[in-house]
Write a protein that binds this ligand. Structure first.
Ligand SMILES: [Fe+2]
Length: 233
């Protein structure tokens, strides 16, 4: 049976299913993250075709910007909401160097619990009405072409809800969209958990279900790596 850093794949999958995320610590030195994490599904190319995104402060991105490439807090979102089609199934981050002495925690909240606060009629509208999504404006500072798409916030897929969320880059086109954004922000604020990854730790989460964000930090040497994992066949 395959494993990820000594944890059975079945156990990783059950943690993802039950709580929406899995935190694995004390990964061995020189670990082959790519081949281990590929056991969850095919890797998805990121903005410029790379399989690994280096998550570290980028001098081209202004301080204070809402971006993974700054030292500021990132606002709640799911990954790749601005691209049409199915967003990545899982996001995995591993830590090369944490922010010292603190900060830069990844925060997560359960989007399915958040959705339970909407009426059946609201959820139906969120599943059937197209909405406008666009890239964070700061991505272009990194030389990444902005993207946009028009698609519902919720998509039913193989018995699951695939959720998109962004407090910043979903166009407020009416009362329900504004309620989705504002109540999502409030829910996230109240219910998130924070994981500050230690060196050689991995955090994997279900990107169809979990909303994530990040706390601010000062240490510009903080360095994480991110991969996106598609749906397994
Ligand atoms: Fe993100």
């Amino acid at each position: 049976m395959a494993d990820i850093a000594g944890i059975d794949l079945a156990q990783v999958l059950s943690s993802l299913e039950e709580q929406g995320y899995c935190h694995i610590k004390q990964v061995p030195d020189s670990y082959d993250y790519i081949s281990a994490l590929s056991s969850l599904g095919p890797l998805v190319a990121q903005y410029q075709g790379d399989l690994i995104r280096e998550v570290q402060p980028n001098p081209a991105v202004p301080e204070g910007a809402n971006s993974a490439a700054s030292t500021s807090a990132a606002t709640p979102h799911t990954e790749f909401y601005e691209f049409p089609g199915m967003p990545p199934r899982y996001v995995a981050l591993w830590c090369v160097r944490p922010a010292v002495p603190d900060g830069g925690a990844t925060t997560l909240a359960d989007g399915y619990r958040f959705l339970a606060g909407f009426t059946a009629d609201e959820r139906l509208r969120l599943s059937s009405e197209d909405r406008d999504w666009r890239s964070r404006p700061t991505l272009s500072a990194e030389g990444i072409a902005p993207a946009s798409c028009r698609t519902p916030a919720l998509v039913q897929h193989r018995g699951r809800v695939v959720m998109r969320f962004s407090t910043r880059d979903l166009t407020r086109d009416g009362e329900l969209t504004s309620a989705y954004i504002d109540r999502g922000q409030e829910f996230f604020h109240t219910h998130h958990i924070a994981v500050r990854l230690e060196e050689r730790a991995i955090l994997i989460w279900d990107n169809w279900r979990m909303i994530h964000a990040r706390t601010a930090f000062d240490d510009r040497r903080r360095h994480l790596r991110r991969i996106l994992i598609g749906e397994a066949a």
